[in-house]
Ligand binder design. Structure first.
Ligand code: BGC
Length: 254
């Protein structure tokens, strides 16, 4: 049987659930992305309904691998943490739930891990050896660690405790907006310290910054004074969708 060339990726975020068919050889979307707002009550069955609707919207990708990201720890398809979604997710078998909603096998993985899978294949981490840390700055802070291009799954460097605070509650993009900070203030008073702590703990060779705000990286990354090279993600906010589809193709769900 020939390998499928198109997969479907779905990215579950705090504000939207987004999906698109992905050309697995180029990382490009083959159709316009569909975005549905995350319901106020982000309980498992509500989100699963939306996953089912997105799958049904792309019949052209029905035969390919299907991957779904989740903004929390996912071990063997089971959600272990849900800092920014309904706590009813904790210990939910997301793989089983989404497989039922989609009517076909689904690979489920952490959202930042999916972004790293995409960045190492097509983006800023491609061909980089050594230790690469990807962080996503969004509703929370996601992290993914790559060692010579291999993912160490489920790292949670967004939840480092810094000055007595969970880091993402001070340094995420949502925290910047909540606290009314300019990009300059955010860089100087929040990100600078966050990335210093992270680099002192991990000594990565490269830091890649993803999440929607990476589109505006020129307003804050050049202001950071750290020793590690730090670059914006190349795929910007498509990385989660692309990585989900790639991860499902690489490790088909059983
Ligand atoms: C979660 C991570 C997730 C990140 C970005 C954090 O609150 O703990 O697992 O990757 O948010 O969504």
């Amino acid at each position: 049987m020939s390998q499928p060339t198109t997969g479907l990726g779905i990215d579950i975020g705090g504000s939207g659930i987004k999906g698109a068919p992905v050309d697995l050889t180029s990382g490009e979307f083959t159709a316009e992305r569909l975005k549905i707002p995350t319901p106020e009550l982000s309980a498992p069955h509500e989100v699963a309904d939306i996953v089912g609707r997105i799958v049904a919207h792309f019949p052209e990708a029905a035969d390919g691998p299907l991957g779904v990201t989740f903004p929390g720890i996912v071990q063997n398809g089971v959600v272990r943490t849900a800092a920014n979604l309904d706590s009813g997710w904790i210990d939910t078998d997301a793989r089983a739930l989404f497989t039922e909603a989609a009517g076909r096998p689904v690979r489920v993985l952490n959202d930042a891990d999916a972004a790293a899978v995409a960045e190492v294949r097509f983006g800023a981490a491609r061909g980089v050896s050594g230790v690469v840390l990807l962080t996503t700055l969004g509703t929370g802070i996601g992290s993914a660690l790559l060692v010579d291009g291999h993912l160490v799954p489920n790292t949670e460097f967004g939840h480092l405790e810094i000055h007595g605070h969970d880091a993402e509650t001070r340094a995420s993009s949502a925290a910047r907006k909540r606290d009314g900070l300019t990009y300059e203030e955010w860089a100087h008073h929040r990100l600078q310290h966050y990335y210093r702590v992270v680099e002192d703990l991990l000594w990565p060779d490269l830091i890649v910054v993803g999440g929607g705000v990476s589109r505006k990286s020129d307003r804050f990354l050049p202001l950071l004074d750290i020793r590690t090279p730090i670059v914006p993600a190349a795929l910007l906010n498509t990385a989660g969708i692309v990585g989900a589809a790639l991860a499902a193709a690489d490790h088909p769900p059983s």
